[in-house]
Design a protein around this ligand. Structure first.
Ligand code: SF4
Length: 401
């Protein structure tokens, strides 16, 4: 870190560490068939998909620029990817397997609202070994509060129907649930709902100020206390039901306490450009936070650093635009390291949250940190300290999603 700092002071071009790309997020369409109240994706009513030649081009670039990691997770996310259609995604999956499947261990994943799933989709997922994440916020009264279609009809029944088909067919499935203020009074019902459905893995997303979503029901100090209480109650259920389902965030803290090495500047993948690579439907690419693909500065500039058709990924970090972005981003990570007791678990970063909440990158703690990182760590530590004295969070686990 010090070396980079010195270069920053000298105003030289920074030598920015690049890749390998461990998490590639493709945004095949911005269109969504429903209209959730807290969605961060712009242009959700605009139809149109990423041309398949761009998927080919992306794979070629990853190979030609030696950016493939030994394991690469390729995720279709943003908008509702299934609206791109079966023929389209079948071909897209084929391209990825054909082009890079023999060069790296590829995990294909799709994040969906689940409403369009039928037996043909299940066949496609099984054939291509696709992991499927379904967005479901809990029981009907919680889910339908925010996840409605454009005629204000809740999507709960269709989503649960889709999820059940996936589970019954043995597709590798997980659930992502957005936690809003409404969820906080219902920890037990929330957990037992997913347990009864047979969900194995559950990721929690505290409602964030991110992308074009400029407010959150979880803002404010009073809510933070309620959120902590919710997590304590949820963790008790998690223990009672023997981690069925597993909760991604609690697993992350557990792994950082018991299984991982301490994070260092050199091992902090969050400061490596294009470790996380996001490509929008027009081929524009960005890094660090997928939400940056749809965000703009106050002056209307975007955070897209090149186009997969025409611009070498490794070269893009040398441009003035990327260098300026990275200086501010890196200053934020350094502040994180100086100021935050959770840095060894988190590694800093979260630029889209920092931007959406403060309009700046060179800052440290955000509401998203307090909810999505620190509250989970505190709850887990509280539990482990009650059974093993003096447990400390020391490190961050090696994971990409
Ligand atoms: S929790 Fe927030 S402030 Fe702390 S290291 Fe992570 S990003 Fe930085």
């Amino acid at each position: 870190m010090e070396e980079l700092l010195n270069k920053k002071n000298e105003e030289e071009n920074l030598e920015i560490p690049v890749g390998p790309a461990r998490l590639v997020i493709l945004q095949p369409t911005s269109f969504c068939n429903i209209d959730c109240s807290y969605c961060y994706v712009p242009d959700r009513q605009v139809k149109g998909v990423m041309p398949l030649e761009l998927v080919e081009k992306l794979c070629d670039r990853l190979i030609d620029e030696d950016l493939l990691s030994s394991r690469c997770s390729v995720v279709w996310h943003a908008g509702e990817p299934l609206t791109a259609g079966k023929k389209y995604l079948n071909e897209a999956f084929d391209i990825v397997h054909r082009k890079i499947g023999e060069k790296t261990k590829v995990q294909l994943t799709i994040q969906t609202n689940g409403t369009l799933i039928d037996s043909q989709w299940i066949q496609i997922f099984k054939e291509h070994k696709v992991r499927v994440g379904v967005s479901l916020d809990g029981p009907k009264w919680l889910h339908d509060k925010h996840r409605k279609d454009r005629s204000s009809k809740g999507s709960f029944e269709a989503t649960v129907h889709g999820l059940k088909q996936l589970i019954d067919a043995g597709v590798d499935t997980y659930v992502l649930a957005v936690v809003t203020q409404s969820t906080l009074d219902w920890a037990q019902e929330f957990y037992e709902f997913f347990h009864a459905l047979g969900v194995k893995d559950l990721g929690l997303i505290p409602e964030e100020v991110d992308g074009i979503n400029l407010t959150s029901s979880l803002e404010g100090e009073n809510v933070l206390q309620s959120f902590d209480d919710f997590l304590k109650h949820l963790h008790a259920c998690y223990v009672q039901y023997q981690r069925k389902p597993e909760i991604r965030e609690f697993r992350g803290v557990r792994e950082s306490i018991f299984y991982s090495k301490p994070i260092t500047a050199a091992s902090n993948y969050k400061t490596r450009a294009y470790n996380l690579l996001t490509i929008d439907k027009n081929g524009g690419y960005t890094t660090f936070s997928p939400e940056l693909a749809g965000m703009h500065t106050a002056r209307g500039e975007d955070y897209v650093f090149g186009n997969i058709r025409t611009d070498a990924i490794r070269e893009s970090v040398k441009t003035r635009k990327f260098q300026d972005f990275y200086r501010a981003f890196y200053a934020g990570v350094q502040l994180c390291e100086k100021q935050c007791q959770w840095f060894s678990m988190c590694g800093g970063g979260l630029p889209s949250n920092k931007l959406a909440e403060t309009g700046r990158l060179d800052v440290a703690e955000t509401m998203s940190c307090r909810l999505h990182v620190q509250a989970f760590a505190k709850t887990s530590l509280h539990y482990y300290n009650s059974i093993i004295p003096n447990v400390q969070v020391m490190t961050e686990p090696e994971r990409t999603a």
